[in-house]
Design a protein around this ligand. Structure first.
Ligand code: ATP
Ligand code: MG
Length: 250
């Protein structure tokens, strides 16, 4: 029933020819370069939005309009939300308290699990630029459901959920430019990565499978630019890449 309503909605949105945004910039417009990217992004965004409506922790911007000729999708713009990148790449985590940050990371884990469960898809590019946070909100927002450049297959998002988990762990613990690698050594990062795992496995910590995470980390490092980066190569040999301290419930 739900799936039927979703597909009707896509047709309705799709068939409309959009006019330029007239409402003073309350939208965020995204132009895709290829037809298949436009379609995949639109379907993924609508699917995720439906999932978010049933979620406690997840928010996804609504699709306001989609123009198949211009390959453009207009989203509700989330004002006052910050990409998680800004928080992580700031030396003092933008002065948020440890408790607030731990809660935010827990919520990101819980929201990711909801996305996986409700859509039966993975995000596929679960990077810190694609997660928006707002300290006063109980939810976190996920954006950018466009297939990433390193996606080899059109059904890239039907893959192992541990790939999203691994991408996030790598980004939090190791994605720093060489001249700012000291940021990776902040001890709070370990606590935040663990809070994320606790959020994801909140219903059943025993479901966590360390070897699945290990495999997914290897795959992400092999398949994406993260392994090529200086930090990827350097940090791989250090204790930062240990995952035995990421077991939820410890
Ligand atoms: N609905 C939205 N509301 C507010 N900001 C948004 C919204 N969607 C995207 N953004 C901002 O724009 C940035 C880029 O958007 P998005 O991640 O969808 O595109 P992208 O494919 O990663 O593009 P690029 O690689 O060119 O940045 C995001 O990191 C975020 O900061
Ligand atoms: Mg993005």
């Amino acid at each position: 029933m739900r799936a039927l309503r979703l597909s009707k909605r896509v047709t309705a949105v799709d068939a409309r020819v959009a006019s330029p945004s007239a409402d003073g910039g309350a939208r965020f417009s995204k132009r895709l370069t290829e037809e298949w990217l436009f379609r995949a992004t639109l379907y993924n965004s609508l699917r995720a939005w439906v999932a978010a409506r049933r979620s406690l922790w997840l928010r996804v911007p609504r699709v306001l309009e989609a123009d198949p000729r211009e390959l453009r999708i207009d989203y509700e713009r989330l004002d006052g939300w910050t990409p998680l990148r800004n928080v992580i790449r700031d030396r003092a985590f933008e002065r948020h308290s440890t408790d607030a940050l731990r809660r935010t990371f827990w919520t990101i884990g819980a929201a990711l699990e909801e996305l996986h469960r409700h859509t039966r898809r993975i995000h596929g590019d679960f990077d810190f630029d694609n997660i928006l946070v707002k300290p006063s909100e109980g939810k976190v927002a996920f954006i950018d459901f466009t297939p990433p450049v390193y996606a080899r297959f059109r059904d890239y998002n039907r893959a192992d959920p541990y790939l999203d988990i691994a991408t996030f762990i790598l980004v939090v613990r190791a994605k720093y430019p060489p001249h700012r690698l000291y940021l990776a050594l902040r001890s709070r990062l370990r606590a935040f990565a663990l809070a994320f795992m606790e959020g994801y496995f909140r219903a059943d910590p025993a479901k966590y499978d360390a070897s699945a995470l290990e495999r997914a980390l290897g795959e992400v490092l092999e398949r994406t630019y993260l392994g090529e980066s200086f930090a990827g190569r350097y940090l791989r040999r250090t204790r930062l890449f240990r995952i035995d301290d990421l077991m939820p419930g410890t």
